[in-house]
Write a protein that binds this ligand. Structure first.
Ligand code: SIN
Length: 491
């Protein structure tokens, strides 16, 4: 298939080494792993296969940089983040190209991610000078207390492949704003964007050792062990699956690290009879097919109330038919391949399981080997029930299964019948219902009459087995500070 490799305006952003202590380095073993383009399965780069010792070196670099970085003022750190933000905006098109190349999402989607990801640096550059505590009058007469928010120390940031830029900036922004230093484990499937960000950090004048970016594929588990068990690391932030989150949490227990985990979702998306159907269709497109369904906040269980089920289905199917599936750089392509063949297998499994249990394919439903081994149709199915895999597990792919329901009470029960609770969405014009349902859903984030909820200004995170901690927003910095209480007796 025709698929042109991107020509970067600045080819020096294309890095194939790790960034440690301000230097570009290989693994001690000299081993590398291949990075491939999901659209073609062609190798596009190699990156260092870091091992345990390499990882310890990166942690030591971050530890050595911490004493002086923690003493910088919030204003100084703000200027560094702002400079990094400006460089991201100036190089936004190159960052978008790297995202498309290694992740597969369409260039238009990647451009949105590029801007969104830079927004976290802008936001946290504005938070950095405002990290301060309280003045308290304690119960002992004559005593006065203040609290200081101090940086926690060296942070390990473990990032996923689905947003190769945004999931990194959302963690590094608050860490640096607070005065922490970091070791970023870039996703093995999509490390090139992270390495380009490291180059921009270098150009922004971020002191050596403050930001370190490491890569590994086969050694991912042992690198993860070092990051979660090394006593110098004081905090771990992880975005990924609930299964891996549980392992990392166990490992981190040995040194009682502070944790923030953004784990899997299985988002309910509810359209009530009184909804604006066109708006709900737009909302579902935005939520379900962003990144071809490979986001933790994607609608996964889609409940449509019976009176509008047919109208909604017809309009939704027409909207999905207008998409163009293909390689992300091609003109007019709206949706790209999935990240790898295992992801395609999972979507196929959910489609076949739903068909076996009585579901009907309204559009799509097939692998697309004619486009490449990582392509699957954008798919809509009807007649979904609670017995099907698509209802029980996160598909993480472009399958929208429409589940009919009758009453508000029934759908709230269905929506909350999940071990995870990251995002939830619903559409209704009834104000009282909007409050009732928003408060009843067991999730960390609710979209009411919108399918797009992610924003640097708003807290992002889940409840139940979707994890804990909040990223972005005024709360994001709290994950990277410790509160010290200073009590003074004036008696
Ligand atoms: C994700 O974690 O997959 C969600 C990304 C976002 O919306 O910021």
């Amino acid at each position: 298939m025709p698929h042109e490799a991107p020509k970067l305006a600045d080819p020096s952003l294309f890095k194939q080494q790790c960034y440690v202590n301000g230097n570009w380095v290989d693994a001690r073993s000299k081993k590398t792993f291949a990075v491939s383009d999901p659209a073609t399965s062609n190798q596009i780069a190699t990156c260092p296969e870091f091992g345990k010792e390499d990882t310890v070196t990166a942690i030591e670099a971050a530890a050595a940089a911490f004493p002086s970085f923690r003493k910088t003022t919030g204003r100084e750190r703000s200027r560094l983040l702002r400079k990094w933000y400006d460089l991201m905006i100036q190089n936004g098109e190159d960052i978008a190209k790297l995202i498309t190349w290694e992740n597969g999402k369409s260039l238009s989607d990647a451009r949105i991610e590029s801007t969104y990801s830079a927004g976290f640096f802008e936001w946290f550059s504005e938070e950095a000078p405002r990290i301060y505590g309280d003045t308290i009058i304690p119960s002992v007469p004559g005593n006065r207390a203040i609290t200081l928010k101090q940086p926690i120390g060296v942070c390990a940031l473990i990032a996923p492949w689905n947003f190769p830029a945004a999931m990194i900036t959302r963690k590094v922004g608050p860490a640096l704003a607070a005065g922490c230093t970091v070791v970023i484990k870039a996703p093995a499937e999509a490390p090139l964007t992270a390495l380009a960000l490291a180059e921009l950090a270098h150009r922004a004048g971020i002191p050596k050792g403050v930001v370190n970016v490491i890569t590994a594929l086969d050694n991912t588990i042992s690198v993860g062990e070092v990051l979660t068990e090394h006593p110098t690391v004081k905090k771990v932030s992880f975005t990924g699956s609930t299964r891996v989150g549980k392992i990392l949490m166990k490992q981190s227990a040995s040194t009682l690290k502070k944790l923030s985990f953004e784990l899997g979702g299985n988002a309910p998306f509810i359209v009530f009879n009184d909804a604006d159907v066109d708006l709900a269709v737009k909302g579902l497109i935005a939520s379900k097919f962003r990144g071809s369904g490979q986001t933790c906040v994607c609608a996964n269980r889609i409940f449509i109330q019976s009176d509008i089920y047919n109208e909604f289905t017809n309009k939704f199917v027409e909207a999905v038919k207008a998409f163009k599936l293909g390689a992300g750089f091609e003109e007019g392509v709206t949706h790209g391949p999935l990240i790898h063949e295992r992801a395609v297998d999972k979507v196929d499994e959910h489609v076949q399981d739903a068909i076996d249990k009585g579901g009907k394919v309204a559009v799509g439903g097939k692998r697309r080997p004619d486009l490449g081994s990582c392509f699957f149709d954008l798919t809509v199915m009807t007649g979904i029930t609670k017995e099907m895999k698509v209802t029980k597990e996160e598909t993480f792919g472009p399958l929208a299964g429409l589940f009919p329901f009758e009453t508000e009470e029934e759908v709230i029960k269905l929506a909350n019948n999940s071990e995870v609770g990251l995002a939830g969405y619903f559409f209704s014009k009834d104000v009282a219902r909007c409050w009732r349902v928003a408060e009843a859903l067991e999730v960390g984030m609710v979209g009411v009459n919108t399918g797009a909820i992610s924003d640097p200004a708003t807290p992002f995170g889940g409840v139940k087995e979707s994890g804990f901690g909040r990223e972005g927003s005024k709360y994001g910095v709290d994950e990277y500070v410790v509160i010290k209480t200073i009590t003074t007796s004036t008696a």
